[in-house]
Design a binder for this molecule. Structure first.
Ligand code: VGL
Ligand code: ZN
Length: 216
């Protein structure tokens, strides 16, 4: 099946930022491989948005904010379980910048997330308290966009959480598998695909995503 995009579709490129690329603070294995794929995909969409992990210094998702704790341990915060990460994507830092190889000047929106020190947000729709909305669902609805294609980093965290929340908000959701890469800590990748499947997220290959018949 070919997935022909239309004026009601948007590509959301998740967290293609230096800290998630090789050499970055929270490097995702093969993270750099998604960049040319996402650039090529973006040309097949009438609409593109970017998300940007954007943490305040001393963010509570950082292991360094919890003396005696180490990265990739899980702790309990007021809103629930939180995996601790190396310091990453600190507001204004080089690591938080988009990859210089990302070439999507036509992107219409940048959604920043995780900017409050006390709350993480893997999802581009809703923060980790499960209640605070980012405004993305409202933006998409106001613009009549009904189907969201997701690509980027990391499959098992920001892509998966965004995909599930987009389904909860009533959108059709398609994850472009080969344009994503995973962190995969303690079975997180398999669990993420299972959860996405349960929520009705579709999984496709990038070569099956085609530009609209007529460009708009
Ligand atoms: C992400 C862990 C921490 C992601 C962001 O972009 O998937 N993962 N912050
Ligand atoms: Zn983060």
């Amino acid at each position: 099946m070919i997935w022909q995009t239309s004026a009601r579709d948007i590509l959301v490129a998740v967290d293609v930022q230096n800290d998630f690329l090789p050499g970055g603070a929270l490097a995702v294995p093969g993270g750099d491989e998604v960049v040319p794929r996402i650039n090529a995909l973006a040309r097949r969409f009438a609409h593109v948005a970017l998300t940007q992990d954007w943490h305040a210094p001393g963010h509570l998702s950082f292991a360094s904010s919890h003396p005696g704790r180490r990265a990739f341990e899980t702790i309990t915060l007021p809103y629930g379980a939180q995996i601790l990460w190396p310091d990453h994507c600190v507001q204004g830092s080089f690591g938080a910048e988009f990859s210089a190889a990302l070439a999507i000047p036509q992107a219409e929106l940048i959604v920043r997330k995780g900017y409050r020190r006390e709350i993480d947000s893997y999802s581009a729709f809703c923060e980790a308290d499960g209640a605070t909305l980012t405004g993305l669902a409202g933006y998409l609805r106001e613009r009549g966009l009904t189907r969201i294609f997701l690509a980027g980093l990391a499959t098992d965290f920001c892509v998966a959480y965004s995909a599930v929340d987009a389904r909860r908000a009533g959108f059709e959701v398609v994850v472009i598998e080969d344009a994503c890469r995973a962190i995969d800590t303690e079975g997180s990748l398999a669990a993420a695909w299972e959860r996405m499947r349960n929520f009705g997220v579709t999984r496709v290959a990038s070569d099956l995503v085609a530009a609209p018949v007529q460009s708009q």
